[in-house]
Design a protein around this ligand. Sequence first.
Ligand code: BG6
Length: 511
Amino acid sequence: MKTNDQLEPTVFVIFGGAGDLTWRKLMPALFDLSQDRSVPANYSIIAVDRVDLSDEKLRRRLHDGVKKFSRQGKVKAAEWSEFARHISYQQGDFKKLQIYNILGEHCAKLEKEWGTKVHRIFYMATPPSMFGEIPKYLGKAGLASDRKWARIVVEKPIGYDLESARVLNAILAANFEECQIFRIDHYLGKETVQNILAFRFANPLFEPLWNRRYVDYVTIAAVEAVGVEHRGGYYDQAGAMRDMVQNHLMQLLCLVAMEPMISFNADEIRNKKVDVLHAIRPIPHETVQQCVVRGQYGPGWVEGKKVPGYRAENGVSPDSQTETFVALKLFVDNWRWQDVPFYLRTGKRLSRQATEIAIQFRGVPHQSFPPESGRDWHPSRLVLSIQPEEGIVMEFQAKYPGPKMLLRPVDMQFNYRGGFAVSSPDAYETLLWDIMKNDATLFMRADQVDAAWRLLMPVLDVWKAAPPGDFPNYAAGTWGPEDTQRLLVRGHSWPLPTELVGYPGKRRRNK
Ligand code: BG6
């Protein structure tokens, strides 16, 4: 990690500074970075929002969030005060030029005080309706134009559909250059997600097998035990396809399927990922039914607790047609992956939390062991466990001890907890650090967002035209609608989450 004095002075302007994302994620991450000496010697955090707050009141609120969510665990009073003195509050209306002029003056004042130019990071931690407004005002106020010193950060969702994503990207592009725009997909900041590239391209072992010749199919699951929590209002407008598939699952698919990068360069890696998105077989309207399953949870039991159905959640319409579960079968039409199914699924209120990628290898070309040797025989499988258990499992056949030649599946495991004696930073820590360093590798480029929307639009269109009719179609605490089975090619299955040694006892619920 770089030390303070190697980083140039930086001002973080957080629009939505009094909001939930700032409280829950951004401030704890910035605090953790400050404790690792990963913030510049000179930095300032300006929280901007509409509510009437004093610096002191805001700091108290943020302190509470940091105590709850910081990776440091206990927050010592002296450490907090040292960090908190960098935070100030600015009340203002995001749709009035005045606040942007004030911010400009504030930055100029800091430049004078520190005797140098400062990096200005404009972070939109606001409701999505503001994403198209703030960049315009930043442009008008002259705060966007400096290619080297100004950056803008956009949270997902990037648009509601292809058209709105294009409008938003056009507004961003009218005011910032692409290299100044950091579109966040927090999955990309996760250690285990970054490790997909390390695993694939820093080891010669698996890459020769990573193709249609040896891989039968791939499953990518991001399943959650939680419901919509306090976000019913947002979620009911979005649904699982927009909330998880368009971004997180597509990014995982790209990392698994992409060709090796030539260098570890942001655009090189993003080019390779975009190639995957372009190679995914389109889903014409008439095939949506065959390739995609949607679901919505009804009441049920999750981890021993009775939970309400989706339609009874706060902020959700009582006759909502929004999907809380999606499963898809996709194909990547290129030399490496032709005709290998990629099965994706995500959902809320499922049996337990797990994000996992399973590479199911083909069986041996010739079965030379007697049939009775392998009742439990199944082809090798590699599981990249992203969360909550972080690691890699290789399942293969071994001889069962004894006089007979009996084969049994066994596994080799690597887990982060045991393998490295350090805790993984939160994704937001990594992402904020990268924004400071101006490294866009882990951020979505406009063409990636566009390609992902283009792929999924026929599904969203068909769904809109024909509401489901059978919702709710799975009980909370199960693995989703029965109907998902019909996506599978004969002999394929949706694997249950792997259990890693070293993660004993009660499994963590997400959040
Ligand atoms: C967010 C979605 O982007 O990702 C949430 O909006 C989802 O609905 C969350 O719960 C999952 O992220 P994580 O890091 O908890 O797996």
